[in-house]
Design a protein around this ligand. Structure first.
Ligand code: DGL
Length: 264
């Protein structure tokens, strides 16, 4: 048993989609979350800069005495996960492998689509991982650079959001039966994405898939939190506006949270 919290990092509010799943699947665990909304989106930035920012988020989480770190960000996973995982002596999880395995499990036709930020798509990491696991798959990847700004500015219910999602996803229509949401911000747009892709396309939420791996690791290392829901103290930090973060979090999570501003 280990009652320390699990640390989550993201470029902004996207990782909350992973935390929501954690709270659903593993409600006894405690969360420390850092979102770097002041510098989001990460996706269009150079790899070296994303790596530097990710290390800053990791080091922040380490000061909070976490027992495990979850990269609740595909872009950070694509660029920095391997390196960070090698350096730390606590488990470090990313979202890309779980998303890839789930897509292979879900597809009937073998035709998988992946959407993500410019860096995640440029790194080609999903295609590599999927083909490593199952070479007969056909992967079509597409960068959706406008999706993260819609989510960060909490415009997910707007007509602009619908238009942008529709226009971006048009090239995938009729080509795939499974679509990996390869960015943790995208599940916030899930109803629109599902509507555009149609009921025949299964959407894979890479973050939700990752929570299953968190569970496996907690069990394997016997580091589950022993206490129940009492004395649970989740902590959320953002590098930008706490008001905007809280608005999105309160809408998305099953509980009301307090948010603190930090400068990294
Ligand atoms: N949530 C991040 C991801 O999963 C978004 C990255 C960004 O800020 O561009 O990739």
């Amino acid at each position: 048993m280990d009652n320390r919290p699990i640390g989550f990092l993201d470029s902004g509010v996207g990782g909350l989609t992973v935390v929501r799943e954690l709270m659903r699947q593993l409600p006894h665990e405690e969360v420390v979350y850092i979102g770097d909304s002041a510098r989001a989106p990460y996706g269009p930035r150079p790899a070296e800069q994303i790596k530097k920012y990710t290390w800053e988020l990791v080091n922040f989480l380490l000061t909070k005495n976490v027992k495990m770190i979850v990269f609740a960000c595909n872009t950070a996973t694509a660029v920095a996960w391997e390196e960070v995982k090698e350096e730390l002596d606590i488990p470090v999880l990313g979202v890309i492998l779980p998303g890839s395995s789930a897509a292979i499990k879900s597809t009937a036709s073998g035709r998988i689509g992946v959407i993500g930020t410019p860096m995640t798509i440029k790194s080609n990491i999903y295609e590599k991982k999927i083909l490593d696991l199952s070479p007969q798959m056909a992967v079509t990847s597409l960068a959706c650079p406008n999706f993260v700004p819609i989510v960060e500015s909490n415009e997910i219910h707007s007509s602009v959001a619908k238009k942008i999602v529709y226009e971006n996803l048009a090239p995938l229509a009729g080509k795939i039966d499974t679509l990996v949401l390869g960015c943790t911000h995208y599940p916030l747009l899930k109803p629109i994405i599902q509507n555009v892709m149609g009921p025949g396309v299964k959407l894979i939420d890479s973050g939700a898939e990752c929570v299953r791996d968190i569970s496996v690791l907690l069990n394997y290392f016997e580091i589950n939190r022993s206490r129940g829901l009492e004395n649970q103290e989740h902590r959320f930090y953002t590098t930008a506006s706490t008001t905007s973060f809280k608005e999105i979090a309160d809408d998305w999570l099953p509980l009301t949270i307090e948010v603190e501003h930090v400068t990294l």
